[in-house]
Design a protein around this ligand. Structure first.
Ligand code: SAM
Length: 271
């Protein structure tokens, strides 16, 4: 089906489209690359896929070639809608939603366990990740392109310089690993930094939303002053007593506390 479509570059030219900086637009125009990302995201085995920020549709074409079931696109920039409509085979499989992904209610777009795939706009990437991991709706798997430095912050271990709130919250909810690296030159126009694809699988036994809220509170305080001992950085939340209730050394620093330790602190906050 997608084999009959003109190359992406020609589609962009035919529609007179240029990348807009304000929308964080850096396109993947090589279908070999987008197919590889989709292979890493799948297999979908007929499950629904939501793609955020399809832009000219390079990833979308690869998703449509795959074993995905229903495919829903959420694109903020209305200029891309006519071009994306050309990908619609008219069989009801594809739905195009022109909206801001930060504001959409994915539960209304999802159909059963749903995968999320996105070459994210860098300026809203982490906000969207937190929304999907801690919000009322969570996908069954997420395959997301980030700038390399953000990808490293998601998968970081204790004592890594990149270890912080994003690692704790992401790993409390999901198994997360970097599955692909991409140089800036893979994108049109190239961004200033390299990129990486992160694959996350939310755990069945992930913390409930109330615990995640407390985890956000505790990690904000602990990493807000990451060089201080926890008895001092967590002072407002109970300091040394909170640490002791959680079985954590109050003289330790945030970067040495693993995800399980932060979850104990979040639980102790409730008591
Ligand atoms: N997926 C395309 C690709 O790989 O070539 C485009 C990726 S580009 C990095 C990011 C895309 O996200 C752009 O199409 C941009 O318009 C869209 N976008 C930016 N902010 C958005 C938002 N808040 N909600 C939905 N889409 C957004």
């Amino acid at each position: 089906m997608t084999a009959d479509l003109p190359p992406l570059r020609e589609s962009l030219e035919a529609h007179g489209l240029l990348a807009k900086k304000s929308f964080g637009q850096h396109f993947l125009l090589d279908l070999n690359v987008t197919r590889k990302i989709v292979r890493l995201a799948g297999p979908f085995e007929g499950r629904a896929v939501i793609e955020v920020g399809p832009g000219p549709g390079g990833l979308t074409r690869a998703i449509l070639e795959s074993d995905a079931g229903r495919v829903t696109l959420v694109e903020k920039d209305r200029r891309f809608v006519p071009l994306l409509e050309e990908l619609d085979a008219g069989d009801g499989r594809l739905t195009i939603v022109q909206a801001d992904a930060l504001k959409v209610d994915e539960a209304k777009l999802a159909e059963g366990p749903t995968h999320l795939v996105s070459n994210l706009p860098y300026n809203v990437g982490t906000a969207l990740l937190i929304k999907w991991l801690t919000g009322p709706w969570t996908p069954c798997a997420l395959t997301l392109m980030f700038q390399k430095e953000v990808a490293e912050r998601i998968v970081a271990d204790t004592d890594d310089d990149a270890y912080g709130r994003l690692a704790v919250i992401s790993q409390a909810v999901a198994e997360a690993r970097i599955v692909m690296h991409l140089p800036a030159a893979a994108f049109t126009p190239p961004p200033k930094v390299a990129s990486a694809v992160v694959h996350l699988i939310p755990r069945a036994d992930r913390p409930d939303r109330a615990t995640l809220k407390r985890l956000e509170t505790v990690t904000a305080a602990a990493f807000g002053q990451r060089r201080k001992m926890l008895r001092s950085s967590l002072k407002q939340l109970g300091g040394g007593a909170l640490c002791e209730a959680a079985g954590i050394d109050p003289d330790a620093r945030a970067e040495t506390i693993d995800v399980a330790g932060f979850l104990r602190l979040a639980a102790a906050l409730d008591r």
